[in-house]
Design a binder for this molecule. Structure first.
Ligand SMILES: Cc1cc2nc3c(=O)[nH]c(=O)nc-3n(C[C@H](O)[C@H](O)[C@H](O)COP(=O)(O)OP(=O)(O)OC[C@H]3O[C@@H](n4cnc5c(N)ncnc54)[C@H](O)[C@@H]3O)c2cc1C
Length: 246
């Protein structure tokens, strides 16, 4: 069994909820490790037409890849792995993976849709049985166990990609607010927006001048043109029971 170094945030599950949470915690400078095993359920979608920003829809595989790329750029460490057990420790949590790794973290965000087995031993976690199991949280994704959050569908959020992605972002920001930061906005503003009014640039905010803005927009255009140059090669994942009949 290998023990990996302690991180600030361990995110379990790499669908839209977990990836969004990781983008926010990593951008805030928290040492973030995301482990995912298996396919996010969004890969079953055939064309995603209700995710704001894509007027004619977007390929769901492509969107997940872009979210993953964004998490990587933010500094989120993403790895394959299935968490099979989670326990409390003196300074946070200890997670065991199926392939024999032990991960330690000060905080955990569970974003595993209806997989709850690894959470059963944690005092304060309430499971809701509604045919499928969910985790009870407050309106910011906090469970009854300090430092443990549930995001997305696992937290009984409505079953739409934009809602679970938004909830993952809410959980990420909540975790940051629950840490030592007194105030946090992840905003990029024009130069002088705060400092031009005699204010300090708040934590998590950044002022950029026109040259920097143009450089970033040019890079954004390059990245998107390249990623959307060709249709995505993958077909949507079929429901397992339909696959079995084929
Ligand atoms: C056929 C279909 C079509 C859909 N179409 C639309 C649509 O058009 N528009 C829309 O808005 N929504 C759609 N949805 C719903 C949307 O896909 C989900 O609401 C959303 O993906 C849920 O995101 P999540 O991050 O909460 O969970 P998921 O995306 O399921 O992510 C959870 C991840 O955690 C992993 N995992 C689970 N247990 C563990 C563990 N122990 N350790 C590590 N990893 C683990 C899973 O393998 C998965 O990768 C559709 C869903 C389906 C099934």
């Amino acid at each position: 069994m290998t023990t990996e170094t302690n991180c600030d945030v361990l995110i379990v599950g790499g669908g839209p909820a977990g990836l969004s949470a990781g983008i926010f915690t990593a951008r805030a400078g928290l040492d973030t490790l995301l482990v995912n095993d298996g396919d996010p359920i969004l890969r079953r979608n055939a064309n995603l037409e209700n995710y704001p920003g894509f007027p004619a829809g977007v390929n769901s595989h492509r969107l997940l890849e872009l979210m993953g790329e964004q998490a990587d750029r933010a500094g989120c460490d993403r790895r394959e792995g299935r968490v099979v057990d989670l326990q409390r420790s003196d300074d946070g949590f200890v997670a065991d993976t199926e392939d024999g790794r032990t991960l330690t973290a000060s905080n955990v965000v569970a974003a595993t849709k209806n997989t709850v087995d690894f959470l059963r031993d944690i005092d304060g976690v309430e499971l809701l049985d509604r045919g499928k199991e969910f985790v009870d949280t407050d309106d910011r994704g906090r469970t009854g166990a300090a430092g443990l959050y549930a995001a997305g569908r696992l937290a009984a959020q409505p079953h739409q990609a934009i809602i679970v992605a938004g909830h993952g972002a809410t959980v990420g920001v909540t975790l940051i607010e629950d840490s030592d930061e007194e105030f946090y906005h992840d905003w990029v503003t024009p130069e002088g927006y705060f400092t031009g009014r005699g204010r300090e640039c708040p934590p998590g905010c950044e002022e950029i001048d026109d040259a920097e803005r143009e450089e970033r927009e040019a890079e954004a255009l390059d990245v998107l043109q390249e990623r959307f140059a060709e249709p995505h090669p993958a077909e949507p994942n079929q429901h397992p029971s339909v696959r079995e009949e084929e």
